[in-house]
Design a protein around this ligand. Structure first.
Ligand code: ADP
Length: 486
């Protein structure tokens, strides 16, 4: 297994909406460190092309179906992995996010924008590729790239195998049946054994059906998405492919997220100097207008503000903290109603609750370093990164036991403490009451310094680096290649 084309709709640091951006920054680099020649293909967003003025055109593609002609640019690298940008100005040079306009409405031509990305990925993996460099594997990420396996199926001659990684099953790329023709797909593919999904066309379903192998981002999430409830309409199909589906936990960038070297925080520390963590707590309290001092346990949140993340429970918790000696610092942006609820909460509880609405990576680091415990009460969480950051920062996470949170956070009880595995707190029941009860348990532990130090030490000693995950991906690629030779 030598060459992998990693296809992503997000390119850090320019276009990043969530975890997939972090994975794009890290996994290709980790694969290269394991001697896998990995290149990244992403849309040529205006911000990225402006930041990379040295980009050179390496291939041109003619107009096809509803797609306009476009160019492929070789444009620097993502942490050492060569970057190929698909330059199609009318699709990708727009304000807004990768998927939405400035008012957070999906672009109406997303099927074409990401259909083109998928198609070009497939061309690069086929005999028709204009490049001398030909991948053995096309590694797709989420629905915006998941049509590539369908296009590969249409390719003539020898071609790459495909792997689809599901980072979040709730985004499936479902469009009207009438998009089939503009996407250049034949009517024969509009079937149960194809791209059809309840009378519509689904990018993700197509990927799940046509890819040789499927990966999702944690072992627990791999199980959850095969159930009726967790499968979000695709559970049956995923159950049918359970032999080809595996959960591989994402790693984290241990250079960027390292409290001993982090220049974005007020004071660096490691476990042997953990007392210095309190300098960060003070800085965080100042930044959020909270009362200064060590009397209260400071809880932190860095999150997309979404129902998925259980932020409505955080809002409820804020109102219910009452006489508990707890402070709350929240950084996030997303659903307007949650933004407004949180802002109102902070106004009602000045000095106790602080809220910053926005996306601010520097502040995210200070929250991880400065708070005592980190809240992540997600309804579902494919993998989650922030709980791993907080473990590394000696900030025990309080999470709902779902998906990757269940795979990384070991709830503190007598048994796990005695076994030395406890590193945080988790609850199962999806409710604000369960979250509040768990915060109370965490508060008790925080008030028992020996217990708290044990949790911090365990979390800080865990290895969440990408190298182990990269090895697992390599095994998946090898298995996909073996299948294709059968
Ligand atoms: P998801 O991908 O579902 O949003 P993850 O926990 O997997 O959740 O990844 C979220 C990533 O985005 C993390 O790197 C997190 O620190 C970052 N992040 C989310 N919201 C913000 C924000 N408001 N400011 C800074 N970073 C954020």
């Amino acid at each position: 297994m030598h060459r992998v084309l990693f296809v992503s709709p997000e390119i850090p640091p320019w276009v990043k909406s969530g975890g997939l951006g972090d994975v794009t920054a890290a996994l290709p680099a980790a694969l290269r460190a394991s001697s896998v020649d990995t290149r990244v293909l992403a849309p040529g967003y205006g911000v990225a092309l402006e930041a990379l003025p040295g980009a050179v055109c390496v291939a041109q593609f003619d107009a096809h179906a509803a797609f306009p002609a476009c160019r492929l640019m070789s444009a620097g690298d993502v942490n050492g992995a060569p970057l190929l940008l698909l330059d199609c100005p009318e699709y990708f040079r727009r304000p807004g996010t990768a998927y939405q306009d400035s008012a957070f409405a999906d672009w109406p031509d997303n099927h074409l924008r990401f259909g083109l990305l998928s198609r070009v990925a497939a061309i690069l993996g086929s005999a028709a590729s204009p490049l001398a460099w030909r991948p053995d594997v096309v590694h797709c990420n989420d629905w915006p790239t998941a049509l590539a396996p369908a296009y590969l199926r249409l390719a003539e001659g020898a071609h790459a195998v495909s792997v689809v990684a599901i980072h979040n099953l709730s985004h499936q790329g479902v469009f009207d049946a009438a998009t089939l023709h503009p996407l250049g797909l034949p009517l024969s593919m509009f079937a149960i054994d194809g791209v059809e999904y309840y009378g519509k066309l689904s990018f993700l379903k197509a990927g799940i059906f046509y890819a040789q192998r499927l990966v999702t981002v944690s072992p627990t999430y791999a199980r959850e998405i095969q159930t009726e409830e967790g499968g979000q309409g695709l559970g049956g199909l995923l159950r049918g492919r359970q032999r080809e589906l595996i959960g591989i936990l994402n790693g984290i960038d241990t250079k960027v997220w390292n409290p001993a070297m982090d220049r974005r925080i007020a004071h660096t520390y490691d476990f042997s100097t953990i007392a210095r963590k309190s300098v960060n707590k003070l800085a965080l309290q100042r930044r959020f207008g909270l009362e200064l001092g060590e009397e209260r346990m400071l809880l932190g949140v860095v999150s997309r503000l979404a129902h998925q993340k259980g932020i409505d429970w955080v809002v409820g918790l804020g109102g219910a903290l009452g006489n508990l000696p707890v402070q709350l610092a929240v950084l996030g942006s997303g659903e307007k109603e949650l933004e407004e609820d949180l802002t109102a909460l902070a106004q009602m509880h000045r000095g106790r609750i602080g809220v910053v609405i926005g996306f601010d990576e520097v502040l995210a680091h200070l929250i991880e370093a400065g708070c005592d415990a980190f809240l992540m009460p997600s309804r579902f969480e494919p993998c989650g990164l922030n709980q791993m950051y907080s473990l590394r920062y000696g900030t025990p996470p309080i999470v709902r036991a779902t998906g990757g949170l269940a795979d990384t956070v070991v709830d503190c009880d007598r048994t796990t403490l005695a076994a030395g595995t406890a590193n945080g707190f988790s609850f199962v029941e999806p409710s604000m009451a369960a979250l509040l009860a768990t915060v109370r348990r965490a508060l008790d532990a925080w008030n028992t310094p020996t217990v708290w130090r044990t949790l911090q030490k365990r979390g800080m000693s865990l290895d969440f680096s990408w190298s182990a995950s990269a090895q697992r991906y390599l095994s998946v690629y090898q298995a996909a290649a073996r299948d294709s030779h059968l």
